[in-house]
Write a protein that binds this ligand. Sequence first.
Ligand SMILES: *Cc1c(COP(=O)(O)O)cnc(C)c1O
Length: 388
Amino acid sequence: MRPDELPARLAQIEAQGLYRRRLVLEKRLGPEFECEGRRLLNFCSNDYLGLSDHREVIKAMQTAAEAYGVGSGASHLVSGHGPAHQALEEALAEFTGRERALLFSTGYMANLGVITALAERGDWVFEDRLNHASLLDGARLSGARLKRYAHGDMDRLCADLAQCPARGRLLVTDGVFSMDGDLAPLPELAALAREANAWLMVDDAHGLGVIGPSGRGVVEHHGLGPEDVPVLMGTLGKAFGTFGAFVAGSHDLIEYLIQRARPYIYTTALPAAVAEATRVSLALAREESWRRDRLAALIGRFRSRALQSGLPLMESNTPIQPILIGDNEAALGASRALLEAGFLVVAIRPPAVPVGGARLRVTLSTVHEESQVDRLLEALARIIPAAP
Ligand SMILES: *Cc1c(COP(=O)(O)O)cnc(C)c1O
């Protein structure tokens, strides 16, 4: 692109109904926001367990900032790695039942780091078409060949694996698909990976803390273990309510990532205060299973009532409850009408979802009241035309 093409490019994005605008939201406690003088109820946050503004989590961050300062001052391999990071890595390894865990500054970087470390030129990476953008970007950056299979299509993957023999093969999937809310077929993926002597990496950004009896995510949900899913990635900015990410696996995997994962090596370490806050939120997520129970009850309530009103829900039993609209402008219009009614629900459009798959992405949280969910349902029934 030449510099003088910029205005035309922007106009083109606008004309396609793909222009993105940010709202300036003033957070209040719980699911409420204030925006331009109006109260809004947030139904698009990933703070599924309501831990982002928990008193004890906030206090841990304040105390740690007093003790360690705000910035970590350097990367983990220079002088940014302290006892707070060490303790959180140990807690995450224990939580996920793995030998080791490694902190990354964001989930995006963790995914780039793992995939570029494990796959190289001459290798193949196999990914579900609906995987998170960071997983696809990681494969592109790695120099390996990328093969994408239709969403959940294990026959296709099996055929692709047979057709693409390579020295190294890496199977990569979201645990919970972030724009659809459904789960990856992990037992099948684990079996295929084992047969092909391939790596299996699961990004459980939306499963950890939420799915499974003790919140250990999709791996626990399916009764699998580290031998089935040797590379597990999780984020800290969603159910755990803080910021950052981690990869959990064997001792050797983590040591190799420390040597080779460039987005780990060449970036400033997560602030120690964030690590300390996360240790507290991780403990709350583990111990307070009522948060998961309550969330499950809200999901059930939302789904049964939405289906009664004929809303086009997707097949999801997770807090991610998309409402399929199709057309970009129609999805935007519905989101705007909801905003007018006091509800924040973003319209998700391509390229985050396939063309023609624009949708409202409703997410539920433990901190929503039943009455708030009911009010959202009333507004949705009014705004979304009933499916034929
Ligand atoms: C949010 C998300 C990420 C990115 O994590 P950040 O910490 O926000 O960078 C990666 N993968 C999936 C599936 C996600 O939903």
